[in-house]
Design a protein around this ligand. Structure first.
Ligand code: AMP
Length: 363
């Protein structure tokens, strides 16, 4: 069979030029499966991970399908985190650059009034987290009457963050005559139920991902008592001597403890977690991209997961990772190169790690 090509799809010159300028020579697997079906406005559930090119898989057909002349939003994209909302917005603006697609991101911890003004302007695409989208619906500051395309991105994350009821409420506010695309790394029962209830005979697509860890990544496991973790962390940081590194913690409190400890010992570090204002989080993210040490909590690690592809040759240390942290690590594993990764774990967590991460060097 011949290789898939963007020429296989009915795309306007504006979109093709944008893909060229973004360096997208050919569709990824998820794109080759999703784009032709979405261009026919059919509902789909897509099992795929970040790093597979899923944003463009829905972004390309949506940018193609929206009518430039319409001033009110035609596409609504729901994401679990603010950072993902921002990133999706950027991707939509890039794909729709020559068509002059306007996209707005709305999420919490940003002034409502500013978003209200943005929403009153021309927008083809609105990307938002469920809570803030619902706020705008309740205060009548978003017009959803013309929404023809709904994307629920990272549906399993929405579920684990407790957003699924809000997602359902939002869906009920939308016109019934629409295409719905749902993307999720896994399809838990509640997500499946959502699909059956609100989608029209969705086509189920599953993207087979390669192994959870790539051969370029070395995993190491340190068995350590809880009280000794911080000392070991400092030792590991000294031995590994990374240019920069990300440390994942399970809670905001833990982020603060690790941050203070490292700071006290002179490590140039910063922190992000869900309790911080978005502008502060963005500042830390930007500083990290320029070089530094950042200590996100699990909210942070989800957002970092999306950015990891930009961080080449970075190391990652984790404190008591839970399922989500593993997933974030997995995202990074698929998209980064030559990274070392060390885990400081409680005994009970080792089996979980082994099951999910595959081969680990024990130290
Ligand atoms: P995503 O899974 O949407 O987070 O995308 C992962 C990365 O792949 C992003 O950096 C995209 O810019 C990039 N990407 C998406 N589609 C393509 C493509 N067709 N060719 C090259 N890179 C792509």
């Amino acid at each position: 069979m011949s290789e898939p090509s963007f020429n296989d799809y009915t795309l306007s010159d504006d979109i093709r030029r944008a893909l060229d300028s973004m360096g997208y020579a050919k569709p990824t697997e998820v794109q080759s499966k999703v784009i032709p079906v979405a261009l026919q406005k059919k509902d789909m559930t897509v099992k795929s991970h970040t790093g597979s090119g899923k944003t463009a898989a829905y972004g390309i057909p949506i940018c193609e399908l929206v009518e430039w002349e319409e001033n009110r939003p035609q596409a609504l994209i729901l994401t679990p985190t603010r950072e993902l909302a921002d990133q999706v917005k950027e991707d939509m603006m890039n794909i729709g650059r020559f068509k002059r697609i306007k996209a707005t991101a709305i999420y919490g911890k940003q002034p409502f009034a500013r978003q209200k003004i943005q929403l009153a302007h021309k927008n083809h695409v609105v990307v938002g987290t469920p809570g803030r989208v619902m706020d705008h619906i309740e205060r009548d500051t978003i017009d959803l009457e013309q929404v023809r395309y709904l994307v629920i991105d990272e549906a399993d994350e929405m579920l684990s963050m407790g957003f699924i009821e809000q997602v359902e409420k939002i869906i009920r506010e939308l016109p019934k005559d629409r295409m719905t695309l749902l993307f999720s790394a896994t399809l838990p029962k509640d997500v499946e139920r959502l699909c059956h209830k609100y989608m029209k005979q969705p086509l189920d697509i599953e993207i087979q991902t390669a192994g959870r860890t790539t051969s370029q990544i070395e995993h190491a496991l340190y068995t350590v008592k809880d009280d000794d973790k911080l000392n070991l962390l400092r030792d590991v940081a000294t031995v590994e001597n990374p240019d920069s590194c990300i440390i994942f913690c399970r809670t905001q409190v833990r982020v603060d403890v690790v941050f203070k400890e490292l700071h006290k010992h002179g490590y140039p570090c910063d922190r992000i977690h869900g309790g911080m204002e978005q502008d502060d989080r963005s500042q830390v993210m930007n500083a990290f991209k320029r070089g530094g040490v950042s200590i996100p909590d699990r909210d942070g690690c989800r957002c970092e997961g999306h950015r990891h592809r930009q961080y080449q040759s970075r190391d990652q240390l984790r404190f008591s990772p839970g399922k989500r942290e593993l997933r974030a690590s997995d995202r990074q594993n698929r998209t980064s190169r030559q990274q070392g990764q060390s885990d400081l774990l409680r005994h009970a967590e080792r089996r979980k790690i082994r099951d999910q991460c595959g081969a680990i060097r024990r130290i």
